[in-house]
Design a protein around this ligand. Structure first.
Ligand SMILES: NC(=O)c1ccc[n+]([C@@H]2O[C@H](COP(=O)([O-])OP(=O)(O)OC[C@H]3O[C@@H](n4cnc5c(N)ncnc54)[C@H](OP(=O)(O)O)[C@@H]3O)[C@@H](O)[C@H]2O)c1
Length: 261
């Protein structure tokens, strides 16, 4: 099968032909229709999980996708990340443990849209639910994958949203969702503006401020139904065919990048 992969940690992505994966016990083999690109994928290629999880090479990145289960024909979408790391969704086929966060792909939902939802959509949903009764929220990095979902979901929850892009000044608010800070001091500077603050890069000394996604089938079903009812727009900035996807980590502008198989 064709896949986009890195030969080693930090290597450039390239189009490669690799054997179709074989599902182990409790795993599904899925023929992918589409996969989406998340910052996590690049971090994995750069070795973020080196030493903490087994990897295989060539390393095929990709957590999110939508496709059809071989054998049953069931159409699904969700998060396919599993160990060993390197059998990801930038490929024609992927295996996935059946207990991963996976949900039925509705017939009338574009697989590219479904593939764009899992990590960014569930992160946004879980973050907004963590805000409790906060009436106003600053969202730093609002134009990105998580941010564009978080802005919509927070507004739908009745919150006053203050989107913060590059160069924008922060103002005081009840809560902060910081999707950008990559170090503690930068997050602490932003967190001064709100009594309730979360970051997504594990940079706070206070573990309660370090957000970690706990995805589920139920969250995916909710996100799909929000899209179907027109309550959630999925901003896809770029759709790229698998065979031309070796540059997907290059800058992409706002919205999600989706690889079409
Ligand atoms: N902990 C978890 O469970 C979890 C889950 C999901 C995501 N994450 C992490 O959360 C982060 C955001 O994810 P994402 O999918 O939303 O990434 P993304 O799509 O790359 O979006 C990041 C956004 O932040 C903007 N940005 C960059 N620097 C900025 C600045 N100084 N001020 C304001 N905005 C700025 C970017 O704008 P430009 O396009 O102009 O660069 C982009 O729109 C990533 O680090 C990701 O790994 C963590």
């Amino acid at each position: 099968m064709w896949a986009i992969a890195a030969a080693g940690f930090g290597a450039e992505l390239e189009l490669v032909e690799v054997p179709r994966p074989t599902p182990g016990p409790g795993q599904l083999l899925v023929r992918l229709f589409a996969a989406s690109v998340n910052p996590f994928d690049r971090k994995v290629v750069n070795g973020m999980l080196r030493g903490s999880a087994p990897h295989r090479f060539p390393l095929v990145p990709g957590t999110d996708g939508a496709g059809e289960v071989e054998g049953s024909g069931e159409r699904i979408f969700g998060t396919f990340f599993h160990r060993p790391v390197g059998g990801g969704t930038y490929a024609e086929y992927v295996t996935v443990p059946a207990e991963n966060a996976l949900a039925p792909l509705p017939e009338d939902l574009d697989p590219a849209v479904a593939a764009a939802l899992p990590t960014a959509g569930m992160t946004a949903l879980q973050l907004v639910e963590s805000l409790g009764t906060a009436e106003s929220v600053l969202i730093v990095g609002a134009s990105g994958g998580v941010g564009s979902f978080a802005v919509q979901i927070a507004r739908a929850a009745g919150k006053r949203v203050i989107p913060i892009g590059r160069g924008d000044s922060l103002v005081e608010a009840d809560a902060l969702i910081d999707l950008v800070s990559a170090d503690r001091s930068s997050f602490e500077a932003n967190a001064r503006y709100a009594p309730l603050a979360f970051n997504t890069n594990y940079v706070s000394a206070d573990p309660a401020q370090n957000f970690g996604l706990k995805g589920s089938r139920e969250m995916l079903v909710r996100l799909a139904s929000m899209v179907q009812s027109g309550d959630l727009e999925v901003p896809i900035g770029r759709r790229v065919p698998l065979r031309g996807a070796a540059d997907v980590f290059a800058g992409h502008g706002p919205g999600k990048t989706v690889i079409i198989m």
